[in-house]
Structures are given as C-alpha cells and as structure tokens.
Design a protein around this ligand. Structure first.
Ligand SMILES: [Zn+2]
Length: 427
C-alpha cells in the first residue's frame, strides 16, 4: 500500500493559475525543484501562507526580496521561473508522468513498477525479449546499451580495480566514483541532459540502477521511443566524456543532446510523439508554398519572428520585428535556465508578444517554427502540455491588449535570423 502511495503523491504537482489554492510551504508547486516543494522551514514565521502572498501587491510579479527572505537562492530561482498569468485561471493539480498532466493508469502502472523494483532491493528480471525486439535504433548504440547492462564499459571504478594510481572520480562532476550507475543515471550532468532533452526524464529514485532504468523506459511506450532516445543520450554522453578526457575537447550538454537527436533521427522511420516536441522542420503538408520564403507583412502590420536556442548551460530566445517595407523595427533576447525545447519555444512566443507590447505594435503577426506551441496558443481545445501551460495561459491573457495578433507557423529556413539571434544570446 505504501508503494502505491509513494508512487502516486510525489508525482503530483500544482501548476499555478492564480495561486489561490496552493500553500507556499506545504504543497508541491515548484516543478523545477526535487519533490516540487521548498525545503524552507520558515512556514511558522510568516503569514505568507498562499502563493499570491509572495507576489507584489496587485500584480502578477514575484516579490523577489520577500522570496529571498524565505528561500535559498536556488529555490528562489526555481520560483522565478513560474509565470503567473493575468488570466486568473484556477490552479491545477497535474500528474507529472504524462505530457498532458492528465493521470493515466498506464503511466501509473509504469511508475508503480519502477517503485516496486527499487523498494524490493533486488533486480527484477530484465525484459530481454522486449530489449532485443526494439528496432529503428543504431545497432552499435544497442550493443552499447547491452554493454551497460552487463557492466562491460571501461568506466574509472572498473579500471581502477586493475590499474592502481588512477582516479576513480567522475570526470564530469567530480563528486562521486565513476560507476555505470553514477555516470549514466545519478551524475548531475546526465540528469540535466535527460531532463532538458525531449525525453524530459527526471531521475527521482536515488537507488535506481541501469537495468531498472531501461525497464522503465522500455515500458514507457509501445514503440520504444523513450528507450531508443534514452540510450542515444547515454551513448552521446559517453562519446563526449571520452573526447573531453582523451582529446581535451570541451564538454557541452547541448552538443550531447544534439548528437543524440541526430543519431536517433537517422534511425527513426517515422516521426514520433517525442520528436513532435522538437522542431517541425519537415512538415511540408503543413506549410503553404508561399511560407517557404520570407514575406513582408501587409501595410501597418508588424511581423515578429521568434525562435529559441539551447546553449551550454542555459536556453535563450529571441524576437525580431520588421515592418511592411522589410525595415527592422526592433528585437529582444532573453536568457533562461536550461529547460525543455518546448518550454524554450513557448518562451520565445511570449517574448515576441512582450516585444510587441513594449514597442506599441498593436497589429502584428508572430511567426515561429514550433507548430505544437502555435497550436496550443491558437486552439483552445488543444490539450496544453503541463510544462508550458502557464506560459500559454499568460500569452492568451495578453491578447486583449492587441487590435489584431496572429501566430503563424513558418519553415525553419524562414526563421534563421531569429534563430541566429537566439543562439547568440545563449553564447
Ligand atoms: Zn558525475
């Protein structure tokens, strides 16, 4: 019974609407913190019980000095990432194990299985049949995954058994011996990579082993896409780790993710749900022919291109505005903490809207290449992934300030200026 409870409650998190239902110190409401709630014990010292008590009076802006008086810096930074929209929408309790935030018995079963496996303290039998049945994956990466399972990878803890005077410490974080489980699951570097990648996987079980992790991934979806992308990420991490160690090359999280996505994509026959959250570069049926080239807007209309970039340790977004005569009207950039590509895309659209407001563009078109975000903004019947819900609601709440504003998909090739600017902002 405890296992059921342990698998259920820690995976619920409030997504803040107006904040009125959520208690600052008791509820789980900060998606960017382990356990989703602050560790602060200041609850007994303050009348600030509810989330709106942490805002500047009459605004939707966080009261930063007040936050710093209650929470350590990393918790303040996590809270500042939460956007409070003007929409006065209700707070919503979501299930973090699905993209939509809606509870599903299948995802709960998978979570329960992982919790049971780790609480039993013994290795459950590994689903070898499912493992070998996975297709659409580079054979050499699958063999690499198999070598991880049988412990046949030359990590430092293994080598040091045979060679003395060799450091056992993880070369990436230096905080623990480099074992397979550490390097590929528990190291803060791989945890950041797994969370920031389209897998969006958060390692919550501090005892999970590589075979249990693979079991969870294999059971996540019938097409094995989580497993396939997951092992591409681990393989890409291993390659980058070796290049850093033996060739003195710089280690960049963004390049690990980029290389993993490339090899994942090379072997994927059809685009998958996971890949939908990345760029929609190859969607010819969704792009009208004229949108393959940059077109100036009509007279008195401003066109704003938006895009995002994932950097080494942060993400960034950019917005560039032009008028009907193709004359540059203004631009804006913003650096954010490392987040999922989808969150970064949504932030880019919000930045575009904020640029328009700041420059008093009341009639504008905002163009970007993130089709999933555009759908969420335009179509109120489209389920919003919980990770970008507050951003989308905030965007919608700003729309009444405009005479006319539309959000349009463009091919990535037409969006290169915004992409270059976003990349520049992240560097
Ligand atoms: Zn490490």
């Amino acid at each position: 019974m405890n296992t059921v409870k342990d698998a259920f409650l820690p995976n619920l998190c409030w997504i803040i609407g107006n904040g009125k239902s959520v208690k600052n110190f008791d509820d789980r409401w900060i998606p960017y913190l382990p356990g989703f709630r602050p560790s602060s014990t200041a609850r007994d010292l303050t009348p600030c019980i509810w989330v709106p008590d942490l805002l500047l009076p009459g605004t939707n802006t966080w009261n930063e000095p007040l936050l710093h008086s209650f929470f350590p810096a990393f918790e303040v930074n996590a809270i500042l990432r939460i956007i409070i929209s003007y929409s006065n929408d209700d707070d919503r309790l979501i299930w973090v194990k699905t993209k939509s935030g809606l509870f599903s018995s299948k995802s709960f079963y998978t979570t329960l299985l992982a919790a049971q496996a780790s609480s039993s303290g013994t290795e459950s039998s590994f689903p070898w049949y499912t493992f070998w049945k996975v297709t659409n994956c580079s054979p050499r990466i699958k063999i690499f995954a198999w070598r991880l399972l049988i412990g046949a990878v030359a990590i430092r803890a293994a080598i040091s058994r045979f060679i003395t005077n060799i450091s056992q410490h993880c070369p990436l974080c230096g905080s623990a011996p480099e074992t397979i489980d550490h390097l590929f699951i528990h190291c803060p570097i791989i945890q950041t990579i797994l969370l920031a990648s389209p897998v969006g996987f958060r390692v919550e079980d501090s005892n999970i082993s590589i075979s249990k992790l693979f079991t969870v991934w294999l059971q996540s979806n019938s097409t094995g896409e989580t497993f396939r992308l997951g092992i591409c990420l681990l393989w890409s991490l291993w390659k980058a780790r070796n290049r850093a160690l033996f060739d003195n090359k710089e280690f960049y999280i963004s390049i690990v993710i980029k290389n993993a996505l490339k090899v994942f994509n090379d072997y994927s026959v059809v685009s998958t749900d996971i890949f939908q959250s990345m760029r929609v570069d190859s969607a010819p049926n969704l792009v009208a022919p004229q949108q393959l080239h940059w077109l100036p807007p009509a007279e008195d209309v401003i066109k704003i291109h938006v895009d995002r970039a994932i950097g080494h340790s942060n993400s960034s977004c950019a917005a560039i505005a032009h008028n009907a005569n193709c004359v540059f009207e203004g631009c804006g950039t913003q650096c954010n903490p490392l987040c999922s590509p989808e969150e970064a895309e949504a932030m880019a659209f919000l930045l575009g809207l904020q640029l328009a407001l700041k420059m008093n563009f009341t009639t504008c078109i905002i163009e970007g290449d993130a089709l999933n975000v555009i759908r969420c903004i335009n179509d109120t019947s489209t389920p919003i992934p919980w990770r970008i819900r507050s951003i989308i609601l905030h965007i919608r709440s700003l729309l009444p300030s405009f005479c006319s504003v539309s959000f349009v998909y463009v091919n990535r090739a037409c969006n290169s200026a915004a992409h270059v600017l976003a990349k520049f902002a992240s560097s």
